[in-house]
Design a protein. Structure first.
Length: 277
Protein backbone atom coordinates (compact mmCIF):
# COMPACT_ATOMS: atom_id res chain seq x y z
CA UNK A 1 0.00 0.00 0.00
CA UNK A 2 1.02 3.63 -0.31
CA UNK A 3 3.55 4.17 2.44
CA UNK A 4 3.71 7.99 2.73
CA UNK A 5 0.99 8.24 2.03
CA UNK A 6 -23.24 21.59 10.08
CA UNK A 7 -23.88 22.30 6.64
CA UNK A 8 -21.96 24.50 4.27
CA UNK A 9 -21.82 23.50 0.62
CA UNK A 10 -18.56 24.36 -1.10
CA UNK A 11 -18.79 24.58 -4.89
CA UNK A 12 -15.85 23.63 -7.09
CA UNK A 13 -15.57 23.13 -10.85
CA UNK A 14 -15.54 19.55 -12.08
CA UNK A 15 -14.94 19.24 -15.79
CA UNK A 16 -18.19 18.69 -17.65
CA UNK A 17 -20.15 18.23 -14.44
CA UNK A 18 -20.39 21.95 -13.66
CA UNK A 19 -19.82 21.97 -9.92
CA UNK A 20 -18.98 19.71 -7.04
CA UNK A 21 -21.09 19.70 -3.88
CA UNK A 22 -19.27 18.99 -0.63
CA UNK A 23 -20.74 19.23 2.85
CA UNK A 24 -18.18 21.06 4.94
CA UNK A 25 -17.76 20.75 8.68
CA UNK A 26 -16.59 24.36 9.00
CA UNK A 27 -16.79 26.54 11.03
CA UNK A 28 -17.41 23.98 13.76
CA UNK A 29 -14.39 21.95 12.68
CA UNK A 30 -12.10 24.07 14.85
CA UNK A 31 -13.98 23.66 18.12
CA UNK A 32 -16.76 21.07 17.80
CA UNK A 33 -17.04 18.82 20.87
CA UNK A 34 -16.70 15.11 20.28
CA UNK A 35 -20.02 14.53 22.03
CA UNK A 36 -21.12 11.79 19.68
CA UNK A 37 -17.96 9.70 19.83
CA UNK A 38 -18.75 6.14 20.86
CA UNK A 39 -22.28 7.21 21.86
CA UNK A 40 -24.73 4.45 20.98
CA UNK A 41 -27.50 7.04 20.76
CA UNK A 42 -25.58 9.25 18.34
CA UNK A 43 -27.36 8.02 15.21
CA UNK A 44 -30.97 9.26 15.45
CA UNK A 45 -33.78 7.06 14.15
CA UNK A 46 -36.30 8.11 11.54
CA UNK A 47 -38.59 6.49 8.99
CA UNK A 48 -39.03 5.91 5.26
CA UNK A 49 -42.14 4.87 3.33
CA UNK A 50 -42.88 1.36 4.48
CA UNK A 51 -40.00 1.37 6.99
CA UNK A 52 -39.88 2.61 10.56
CA UNK A 53 -37.03 3.17 13.00
CA UNK A 54 -34.25 3.37 10.43
CA UNK A 55 -30.86 5.13 10.80
CA UNK A 56 -30.80 8.88 10.14
CA UNK A 57 -27.21 10.09 9.84
CA UNK A 58 -28.03 13.79 9.37
CA UNK A 59 -30.92 13.90 11.90
CA UNK A 60 -33.41 15.47 9.47
CA UNK A 61 -36.01 12.73 10.19
CA UNK A 62 -35.68 11.40 6.63
CA UNK A 63 -34.23 7.92 7.04
CA UNK A 64 -30.97 7.06 5.33
CA UNK A 65 -32.51 4.45 2.96
CA UNK A 66 -34.75 7.10 1.36
CA UNK A 67 -32.71 10.26 1.99
CA UNK A 68 -31.55 11.96 -1.21
CA UNK A 69 -28.63 13.47 0.72
CA UNK A 70 -28.20 11.23 3.77
CA UNK A 71 -25.26 13.24 5.13
CA UNK A 72 -26.81 16.73 4.71
CA UNK A 73 -29.77 17.75 6.90
CA UNK A 74 -32.53 18.76 4.49
CA UNK A 75 -36.01 17.55 5.37
CA UNK A 76 -37.65 19.04 2.24
CA UNK A 77 -35.44 16.96 -0.10
CA UNK A 78 -35.49 19.22 -3.20
CA UNK A 79 -34.21 17.51 -6.36
CA UNK A 80 -34.54 19.91 -9.27
CA UNK A 81 -33.30 17.55 -11.97
CA UNK A 82 -35.14 14.49 -10.62
CA UNK A 83 -32.14 12.19 -10.64
CA UNK A 84 -32.55 10.95 -7.07
CA UNK A 85 -29.62 12.98 -5.70
CA UNK A 86 -30.86 15.98 -3.72
CA UNK A 87 -29.84 19.50 -4.67
CA UNK A 88 -27.98 19.86 -1.35
CA UNK A 89 -25.37 17.30 -2.41
CA UNK A 90 -25.77 16.98 -6.19
CA UNK A 91 -22.49 17.73 -8.01
CA UNK A 92 -24.57 18.99 -10.97
CA UNK A 93 -28.10 19.92 -9.81
CA UNK A 94 -29.27 20.77 -13.35
CA UNK A 95 -27.89 17.57 -14.92
CA UNK A 96 -30.02 14.44 -14.29
CA UNK A 97 -27.13 11.99 -14.61
CA UNK A 98 -26.09 11.71 -10.97
CA UNK A 99 -26.61 8.55 -8.96
CA UNK A 100 -26.17 7.95 -5.24
CA UNK A 101 -24.15 4.76 -5.63
CA UNK A 102 -23.25 4.16 -2.00
CA UNK A 103 -23.83 5.53 1.48
CA UNK A 104 -22.56 3.99 4.70
CA UNK A 105 -23.51 5.43 8.08
CA UNK A 106 -21.66 2.54 9.77
CA UNK A 107 -24.72 1.28 11.59
CA UNK A 108 -24.37 -2.23 10.18
CA UNK A 109 -21.74 -4.04 8.14
CA UNK A 110 -22.07 -3.73 4.36
CA UNK A 111 -20.44 -6.09 1.85
CA UNK A 112 -19.09 -3.26 -0.31
CA UNK A 113 -16.93 -1.94 2.56
CA UNK A 114 -14.09 -4.04 3.93
CA UNK A 115 -11.23 -3.39 6.32
CA UNK A 116 -10.43 -3.23 10.00
CA UNK A 117 -12.09 -1.47 12.89
CA UNK A 118 -15.28 -1.96 14.85
CA UNK A 119 -18.80 -0.62 14.36
CA UNK A 120 -19.88 1.17 17.54
CA UNK A 121 -22.94 3.40 17.86
CA UNK A 122 -23.18 4.29 14.16
CA UNK A 123 -19.44 4.91 13.72
CA UNK A 124 -16.46 2.96 12.46
CA UNK A 125 -13.78 2.96 15.17
CA UNK A 126 -10.17 2.54 14.00
CA UNK A 127 -7.57 2.60 16.78
CA UNK A 128 -4.32 2.67 14.81
CA UNK A 129 -2.02 4.69 17.09
CA UNK A 130 0.79 2.19 16.58
CA UNK A 131 -0.24 0.58 13.30
CA UNK A 132 -1.94 0.98 9.94
CA UNK A 133 -5.31 0.07 8.44
CA UNK A 134 -6.53 -0.03 4.85
CA UNK A 135 -10.28 -0.05 4.13
CA UNK A 136 -11.66 -0.74 0.65
CA UNK A 137 -14.92 0.41 -0.92
CA UNK A 138 -15.50 -2.02 -3.80
CA UNK A 139 -17.76 -0.12 -6.19
CA UNK A 140 -16.29 0.24 -9.70
CA UNK A 141 -17.38 3.44 -11.45
CA UNK A 142 -17.47 4.48 -15.10
CA UNK A 143 -18.48 8.13 -14.73
CA UNK A 144 -17.22 11.18 -12.88
CA UNK A 145 -17.03 10.22 -9.21
CA UNK A 146 -17.41 12.13 -5.94
CA UNK A 147 -16.24 10.30 -2.81
CA UNK A 148 -16.52 11.84 0.65
CA UNK A 149 -16.06 10.79 4.28
CA UNK A 150 -16.18 12.57 7.63
CA UNK A 151 -15.36 11.72 11.21
CA UNK A 152 -13.12 12.69 14.11
CA UNK A 153 -9.51 12.14 15.09
CA UNK A 154 -9.42 11.00 18.72
CA UNK A 155 -5.68 10.71 19.30
CA UNK A 156 -2.46 11.20 17.34
CA UNK A 157 0.45 8.77 17.39
CA UNK A 158 4.00 8.88 16.01
CA UNK A 159 6.23 9.08 14.11
CA UNK A 160 4.20 9.93 10.98
CA UNK A 161 0.42 10.00 11.49
CA UNK A 162 -1.46 9.85 8.20
CA UNK A 163 -5.01 9.72 6.89
CA UNK A 164 -6.10 9.63 3.27
CA UNK A 165 -9.08 8.98 1.02
CA UNK A 166 -8.42 7.80 -2.50
CA UNK A 167 -9.81 6.29 -5.68
CA UNK A 168 -7.83 3.37 -7.06
CA UNK A 169 -7.96 3.41 -10.87
CA UNK A 170 -6.10 0.14 -11.30
CA UNK A 171 -3.55 -1.77 -9.20
CA UNK A 172 -0.76 0.56 -8.02
CA UNK A 173 -2.48 3.62 -9.55
CA UNK A 174 -4.16 5.78 -6.91
CA UNK A 175 -5.44 9.37 -6.71
CA UNK A 176 -5.93 10.52 -3.13
CA UNK A 177 -6.45 13.42 -0.74
CA UNK A 178 -4.05 13.21 2.18
CA UNK A 179 -3.49 14.55 5.69
CA UNK A 180 -0.04 13.74 7.06
CA UNK A 181 2.14 15.08 9.85
CA UNK A 182 5.89 14.80 10.31
CA UNK A 183 7.62 15.67 13.55
CA UNK A 184 10.10 17.87 11.69
CA UNK A 185 7.98 19.55 8.99
CA UNK A 186 4.52 19.87 10.57
CA UNK A 187 1.20 19.14 8.90
CA UNK A 188 0.56 18.77 5.17
CA UNK A 189 -2.70 18.40 3.24
CA UNK A 190 -2.25 17.38 -0.37
CA UNK A 191 -3.88 16.12 -3.54
CA UNK A 192 -1.68 13.22 -4.61
CA UNK A 193 -1.13 10.60 -7.30
CA UNK A 194 0.79 7.39 -6.66
CA UNK A 195 1.67 4.95 -9.42
CA UNK A 196 4.24 2.14 -9.16
CA UNK A 197 5.79 3.76 -6.03
CA UNK A 198 6.19 7.12 -7.80
CA UNK A 199 4.43 9.91 -5.85
CA UNK A 200 3.28 13.20 -7.38
CA UNK A 201 1.81 16.06 -5.37
CA UNK A 202 -0.53 18.12 -7.56
CA UNK A 203 -1.27 20.73 -4.92
CA UNK A 204 -0.70 20.99 -1.18
CA UNK A 205 -0.95 23.16 1.92
CA UNK A 206 1.87 23.02 4.49
CA UNK A 207 1.60 24.26 8.06
CA UNK A 208 3.89 24.23 11.07
CA UNK A 209 1.21 22.75 13.33
CA UNK A 210 0.95 19.01 13.75
CA UNK A 211 -2.28 17.05 13.28
CA UNK A 212 -4.73 17.77 16.10
CA UNK A 213 -7.61 15.74 17.53
CA UNK A 214 -11.00 16.89 16.29
CA UNK A 215 -13.43 16.59 13.36
CA UNK A 216 -12.24 16.09 9.79
CA UNK A 217 -13.74 15.87 6.31
CA UNK A 218 -12.23 14.49 3.11
CA UNK A 219 -13.82 14.90 -0.32
CA UNK A 220 -12.35 13.77 -3.64
CA UNK A 221 -13.90 14.25 -7.08
CA UNK A 222 -12.54 12.90 -10.35
CA UNK A 223 -13.96 14.21 -13.62
CA UNK A 224 -13.08 14.06 -17.27
CA UNK A 225 -10.24 16.58 -17.18
CA UNK A 226 -9.57 17.50 -13.56
CA UNK A 227 -9.48 16.33 -9.96
CA UNK A 228 -10.72 18.34 -6.99
CA UNK A 229 -10.42 17.73 -3.27
CA UNK A 230 -11.19 19.28 0.08
CA UNK A 231 -9.34 18.30 3.25
CA UNK A 232 -10.62 19.78 6.50
CA UNK A 233 -9.03 19.16 9.87
CA UNK A 234 -9.21 20.69 13.34
CA UNK A 235 -7.29 23.91 13.86
CA UNK A 236 -7.09 24.94 10.20
CA UNK A 237 -9.11 26.47 7.40
CA UNK A 238 -10.32 24.05 4.72
CA UNK A 239 -7.70 23.14 2.13
CA UNK A 240 -9.30 23.35 -1.32
CA UNK A 241 -7.10 21.54 -3.83
CA UNK A 242 -7.31 20.84 -7.54
CA UNK A 243 -5.47 19.84 -10.69
CA UNK A 244 -6.37 20.03 -14.37
CA UNK A 245 -5.50 17.64 -17.14
CA UNK A 246 -5.39 14.67 -14.76
CA UNK A 247 -8.97 13.41 -14.66
CA UNK A 248 -10.11 9.91 -15.43
CA UNK A 249 -13.59 8.44 -15.36
CA UNK A 250 -13.18 4.85 -14.30
CA UNK A 251 -12.53 3.99 -10.67
CA UNK A 252 -11.81 0.46 -9.49
CA UNK A 253 -12.40 1.05 -5.79
CA UNK A 254 -12.29 3.59 -2.98
CA UNK A 255 -9.42 3.39 -0.50
CA UNK A 256 -9.12 4.78 3.03
CA UNK A 257 -5.80 4.60 4.87
CA UNK A 258 -5.29 5.28 8.59
CA UNK A 259 -1.83 5.17 10.16
CA UNK A 260 -0.67 6.17 13.66
CA UNK A 261 -4.06 7.72 14.43
CA UNK A 262 -7.11 6.76 16.45
CA UNK A 263 -10.19 7.83 14.50
CA UNK A 264 -13.92 7.34 14.17
CA UNK A 265 -15.62 7.55 10.76
CA UNK A 266 -19.19 8.88 10.72
CA UNK A 267 -20.07 8.18 7.09
CA UNK A 268 -18.81 7.52 3.59
CA UNK A 269 -20.72 8.48 0.44
CA UNK A 270 -20.12 7.98 -3.28
CA UNK A 271 -21.99 9.83 -6.02
CA UNK A 272 -21.40 8.93 -9.67
CA UNK A 273 -22.25 10.85 -12.83
CA UNK A 274 -23.51 8.40 -15.46
CA UNK A 275 -21.71 8.92 -18.79
CA UNK A 276 -23.75 10.68 -21.49
CA UNK A 277 -25.11 8.40 -24.20
Amino acid sequence: MVGRVTQLVVALGLGACGRLGFESVSPEVTDAPLDDVLDVDAAPRASCPGMADVPDEDADLVGDPCDRCPHVADATQPDGDGDGVGDACDPAPADPRQRLRFFHGFNTALPQWSGGGQLVGGQLVLDMLTGESVSILSIPTTGATTLQMAGSILAVGAPTPQLFLGIDIRPEDLYYAELISDNDIGRRRSLMHAIDDVFTEYEGVRETNAIQPGPFLFALAIGTDRIDAIVETAGASPAVLGATGTGVLNGRQGVMFVGRLSVVIDYAILIETVPAT
